[in-house]
Design a protein around this ligand. Sequence first.
Ligand code: ADP
Ligand code: MG
Length: 617
Amino acid sequence: MPRRSDDEKKWAMMREKIIGLGETSIRKSYYPELRQKIIELEKTNRELELEIIERQRGEEEIKRNYEIQTIINSLLKLSLQDISLDELFSITIDKILSLRWLSHQEKAFIFLVEDDPEVLVLKAGTGLPEQLPSHCAAVPFGKCLCGLAASTGEIQFADHADERHTLRSENMPPHGHYAVPILLDNRTIGLICIFLPAWHKRDAREEEFLASIAHTLAGIIQRKVMEKDKARLEEELRQASKMEAIGTLAGGIAHDFNNILTSIFGFTELTRMDKDDPEKVVKNIDEIYRGALRAKDLVKQILTFSRRSEQQKRAFQPALLTKECLKLLRATIPATIEIRQDIRSTGTAMADPTQIHQIIMNLCTNAYHAMRHTGGILTLTLHDMEISKEDSDFPGLAPGPFIRLEVSDTGIGMGKETLSKIFEPYFTTKEIGEGTGLGLAVVHGIIQGHNGHITVSSEPGTGTTFHVFLPRMDGNMAKPTSFLEDSPAQGGQEHILIVDDEANIVKIAKEIFEDSSYQVTTHRTGTEALEDFQQHPEKYDLLITDMAMPGMNGVDLARQVMEIKPSMPVILCSGHSDMVNREQALAMGIRAYVAKPYFMSEILRTIRKVLNRSNYE
Ligand code: ADP
Ligand code: MG
């Protein structure tokens, strides 16, 4: 019997023979290398997989960052435009909610801290038109999630309406929140609140994103608030300079007014003396009329000038306005100063007439000051001009059509030192009470606001010239028609009710209207007129009422009269457009608005127009 070990050896030999390069030899030679290779391959494989995942993640991250940056950029860009904060907040909300990777319930708010430093005021919201809870309109600091975020300056997250959510409404569907404070120097100036699906998991990247939007808004809010302050300051500056110019002009105006009054008195007395000579009487009365016209003009000028108003640009011809300024200047500047003019412009500018008026008056007031002691020549010219691409004389201006205003004087002039400072607010070389140093600062501000340009050249002892360039619109406007048309007004048989507390106006109107064969009834108060009208509403065809009267004013009277008889036409006369303006009067159904002082011929025409129209209705 062979030994067991012999058997084994034999078996082993046989196996090797059978398999040839059998398992043992494989194990001995190739196997370890292969195995190593496989291990390495598997490792590389795993690394590659990891890398791919990493890369995918990276790509998402890049895409997300790109989206975030795009939103921030577009908000910054928008904020540079003339857009209100409320509008900007609405757009911000839309942009936030448009992101796919951000969880939300399509609802979001943005608050702003306004006058009360401890209250969030709702400025924009999406997704809550009907159920907008009123307590969310103004949230005190410390109250509810939003108030908590505001008072702590930290983001508040909630995955459901927990105990911090103190402001609740009925049937509030389950939801969570991110309440993200908008911080400026560690102070809460606003807040973004997003509605989350209930049980949403807090996500650092979402919070980071919302914080960066809040940060962007903080910068924008700060800038907008500063802009508003600046605009307000500029407006105050403009007003102050106007008052200053008025102050300068007041003496001259009073002087001119007295001249006008003197001539009116004089011709009135003459008329009395000449009462038996009809030809002379008519001539004198013409003079009185002319004097009154001049007074009317002067008052109109002063009112245009002193009225505080926002910038209101419209298309108009600076030439007409310049001529009006010249009239005002001639009336106010002493005769030792000669005024020359060369107004050739026919162009139209898109500008605020009151402000252009202010430019001219400020420049001319300075010119006058410069020649006050010596006398001299003030020259005002207005030309249309073209600036071409090649023009190197006007580096500050884009090429195109312009209107050039030139104001020059032969006064004291300025040295270099003064010249370099003249546009600075409060720079003045004049004595206290004579100048405030605001005139040219305002001129400069206005010109910038109109995309124009100003240059100055001056020689001490010789004089100064200012050039103002204003962009001109292509094409010319039709000449505005004068309201004093030549055709005489037609009369009529209708019965007119006139109400004015000024006895003279009532008296003159009655006479003139009756002369045009109208029937006229007059009253001195609204109450009296209303009582009369209540008793005989059918008797009257037209009401002409003054606006400002003691007791019942014109608008109230008109309203009650139109209630009694809706078809009753009303003409409202007012000397003060601040109380009620033309648009407001027409909007309440008044047929015509006539500004005082008016010509009787003008009001006669208006009467006929209004009556004709209501006859057709
Ligand atoms: P103000 O007239 O109140 O002094 P402005 O801003 O209008 O302020 O002008 C600033 C300064 O510029 C004046 O004080 C004066 O020194 C100088 N200036 C302006 N216009 C003229 C001018 N036409 N001739 C000489 N100096 C002028
Ligand atoms: Mg001045």
